[in-house]
Design a protein around this ligand. Structure first.
Ligand code: SAH
Length: 397
């Protein structure tokens, strides 16, 4: 029987009733507190999961360090990990072929949402950038399969690894630096929605650009007009898209290096955009005091709520930003307001914007209630895969 073969080959882990219920409910994680102590199981192992009565629940990756001890890989026995990984990567690529349009930059693999927990792969034109988030994905044997399949499927000019030292530390993995895994190219130019961007694989945040906003850039550009302000503009994602429609565009960010790239991006597209290096909160306060007015304002701050604990503070932060933006918008203006904090629900986020509208006596019509681009799939039953909110509203008196 398959089950017996499997249990001889890979270690078994027993999960508590609560953990088993979580898996039955469609989730793919089991927390350490729901794992019956698993002494002697090597970090990053492929494991067979059973409930307390010995019933097989699935095959998973085990982490000896993370609070997320178990990440489900399959609800079936897995006899050949390599074949499964290769198939999942090919499926992830095929999914993008169906849903991604007008871009040569998009996320190819989004961890749990592509049933490849712990692996993120982004494509920027001919350069592929990957991130490894777990012990299991860091195993040399697994890395070799991932690289080989990405090569077979995409034939990129280069594959680069981006390392987040904090994640490696949490997973108790030896430190490692970002670098080229294959090929030589580390820079390229990519385009989305007809707008061009510089990409430097070894610089910048995340794996490079904020690909999850790609569809929101195009949506925002549909409504944008007049004088526009892109607050938290990073390398100019929104600002460059708005420039097609607006008479004047200003981008604000506290990071000088991000603005330098933003400026190069503007030149690449033949656009004139004003970039201001400032703390957005201070700048908006000053602008409000001087009565500055805009027709389009974008707010795309970093995640304010890193955990459930500071949710209230985060909501206050969003409220303040939205209040200030609304005060500056002329009647008929467009507010594009984003939040990438997973802990802030879409309902909470809209409530905060509504409240801000009430406080400044503006009416807001919700034009679009958006989320992350489809190359960052949301796996229903795994709420953690849905994190980005982007509300586009028409403001009137
Ligand atoms: N809108 C961007 C992504 C923004 S990410 C895009 O689509 O590409 C958040 C940005 O906020 C980062 O570039 C970061 O440098 C900037 N930032 C963080 N805190 C800030 C602050 N207090 N004032 C201004 N910018 C800030």
């Amino acid at each position: 029987m398959a089950r017996r073969t499997l249990s001889r080959e890979i270690p078994a882990i027993t999960v508590s009733r609560r953990g088993a219920q979580r898996l039955k409910d469609g989730h793919v994680w089991v927390y350490r507190s729901d794992v019956i102590p698993a002494d002697g199981i090597p970090p990053g192992s492929l494991v067979a999961l059973t409930d307390e009565r010995g019933k097989f629940l699935g095959t998973a990756f085990y982490s000896s360090a993370s609070q997320i001890a178990i990440r489900l890989l399959s609800r079936e026995p897995v006899e050949d990990l390599e074949t499964l990984l290769r198939m999942r990567i090919r499926e992830a690529i095929a999914y993008r072929e169906g849903v991604v349009r007008n871009t040569d930059a998009y996320r190819l693999v989004f961890s749990e949402a592509d049933f490849l927990p712990g692996l993120i792969v982004d494509r920027y034109n001919d350069v592929v950038s990957l991130q490894v988030l777990t012990q299991a994905m860091d195993a040399e044997s697994v890395r070799a399969v991932v690289l080989s399949e990405l090569n077979n499927s995409l034939k990129p000019a280069a594959i680069i690894e981006r390392v987040d030292p904090k994640i490696r530390e949490l997973e108790q993995l030896p430190s490692r630096s970002s670098g080229v895994l294959q090929g030589e190219k580390t820079t390229t130019i990519f385009s989305m929605n007809g707008v061009k961007f510089h990409f430097d694989a070894l610089k910048g945040q995340k794996t490079g650009a904020f690909l999850d906003q790609r569809e929101n850039y195009a949506a925002a550009a549909q409504y944008a007009h007049g004088e526009a302000l892109d607050v938290f503009c990073y390398q100019g994602g929104f600002a460059l898209h708005l420039a097609e429609r607006c008479s004047r565009v200003t981008g604000v960010d506290s990071s000088r290096s991000a603005l330098e790239v933003a400026d190069q991006n503007a030149a690449l597209n033949g656009r004139e955009i004003e970039w201001i290096e400032a703390n957005a909160f201070d700048l908006l306060r000053d602008y409000a005091a001087t009565g500055a007015q805009y027709d389009t304002v974008v707010l795309d701050p970093p995640a304010f709520a890193k955990g459930k604990k500071n949710l209230e503070t985060a909501l206050r932060g969003y409220k303040e930003l939205n209040l200030r933006a609304l005060k500056m918008l002329r009647p008929g203006g467009i507010l594009v307001s984003c939040s990438c904090s997973y802990h802030v629900s879409q309902a909470d986020f809209l409530a905060v914007i509504a409240e801000a509208g009430r406080d400044v006596h503006r009416n807001l019509r919700l034009l679009e209630n958006r989320t992350q681009a489809k190359d960052h799939p949301i796996l229903l039953n795994v709420p953690e895969t849905a994190y980005l909110k982007c509300a586009i509203a028409l403001v009137s008196n």
